[in-house]
Design a protein around this ligand. Structure first.
Ligand SMILES: NC(=O)c1ccc[n+]([C@@H]2O[C@H](COP(=O)([O-])OP(=O)(O)OC[C@H]3O[C@@H](n4cnc5c(N)ncnc54)[C@H](OP(=O)(O)O)[C@@H]3O)[C@@H](O)[C@H]2O)c1
Length: 323
């Protein structure tokens, strides 16, 4: 089978489409024949900085058909449509950019009828991330306001739609070219993030946000605190460092600041399993209550283009790979 692997970390040119042995599922794993995979920034970051296990097959998100099931797997059988995420973590040398991948059942859910493979692969990692941030950490409720940076991004566009599906009011930032589309996903307002008065505009649009979702804390941490309302939650998804210049402002609002990584769901014994979250995300997509936008699709051989695009280009939604 083909697998897109790297043996050393580095630029995009370390990626190789290689001929490999098809893996065998262990007792608690299924072998999934890949029909779609999607690219996430973490795939490019691991390739650049080094994955814990080398060689590494790149790719976290997969949707496909069960080709074989391990001896202890009784809830998935050959021919089932499934989707999964979490294959980027150090538990695995395998990944989703391959003709087949082995997936443990805690990372896997049935892909409902009416959800195509591309949608399943596209929603998996970003959807679980948004669920973790909004449901597990922030307990987002109907009628609450959510301020979402980057409403056109992979995470951001699903965050907008998911908040709307929960009955909350999403307010997002994006370049002007995406404003209509992000409103179409459910945003009550969209603000150009280059505005000098971004913070004031966000405070006005949210009335003080119950939740702020931030993947760029180094740039926006002060804005997050200013935009959050009393008792609000700030979920920080990414970034290497962030300075909060007005700690008393954050304390005076009694903010909950969450530093999170959805990867814990694939690795940490005390974190919930990914499968049940995917199961519910799949239902939302199947019932047209959550939209995942696919910007473009590449064949597996062009995985390097997907790696380049996720780090260098601006687009709405997700980039997907197919065999
Ligand atoms: N902790 C976790 O569990 C977790 C999970 C998933 C993702 N992440 C991280 O979250 C980040 C976003 O992931 P993604 O999949 O959504 O990536 P993405 O699809 O590339 O989206 C990035 C978004 O950020 C926006 N953006 C970039 N620079 C900006 C700036 N200076 N000001 C405002 N907005 C800006 C982009 O807008 P433009 O299109 O205008 O550039 C785009 O909307 C990545 O760092 C990723 O590694 C973390």
């Amino acid at each position: 089978m083909r697998a897109v692997r790297y043996h050393d970390c580095g630029e995009v040119n370390v990626l190789r489409v290689e001929d490999c042995e098809r893996p065998e599922p262990a007792h608690d794993e299924v072998l999934v024949e890949m029909r779609a995979a999607s690219i996430n920034p973490i795939d490019a970051i691991l390739r650049e900085q080094g994955a814990p296990r080398l060689p590494k097959t790149t790719g976290s998100d997969i949707a496909g058909v069960v080709a074989a099931a391990g001896a202890d797997v009784d809830n998935h059988e050959e021919g089932d449509r499934v989707f999964a995420t979490g294959l980027h973590v150090g538990r695995f040398g395998g990944g989703s950019f391959a003709d087949f991948a082995v997936v443990p059942t805690d990372l896997l859910a049935p892909l409902p009828d009416g959800v195509d493979f591309e949608e399943g692969a596209a929603v998996a990692l970003v959807g679980v991330t948004v669920w973790r941030a909004m449901v597990h950490h922030a307990h987002l409720e109907p009628g609450a306001t959510a301020f979402i940076h980057g409403g056109n991004g992979g995470v951001g566009h699903v965050a907008v739609g998911f908040a709307a599906a929960l009955g909350a009011t999403p307010v997002a930032t994006a370049r002007p070219e995406y404003h209509d589309a992000v409103r179409g996903l459910g945003a009550a307002a969209v603000i150009d993030y280059t505005r000098d008065d971004l913070t004031e505009a966000a405070v006005e649009a949210t009335g003080g946000a119950d939740l702020v979702l931030d993947a760029l804390p180094g740039t926006y941490f002060d804005t997050d605190v200013a935009v959050a309302g009393f008792g609000g939650d700030v979920s920080v998804l990414a970034g290497d460092e962030a300075t909060l210049s007005d700690v008393p402002a954050a304390r005076s609002k009694e903010l909950d600041i969450h530093m999170m990584s959805m990867s814990n769901l694939a690795t940490h014994p005390d974190a919930p399993d990914i499968g049940p979250i995917l199961d519910r995300l799949g239902r939302l997509v199947a019932e047209d209550r959550l939209e995942v936008v696919i910007d473009r699709t590449y064949p597996l051989e062009d995985a390097a283009q997907a790696h380049r695009a996720i780090m260098e280009e601006s687009f709405l939604g997700k980039i997907v790979l197919t065999p």
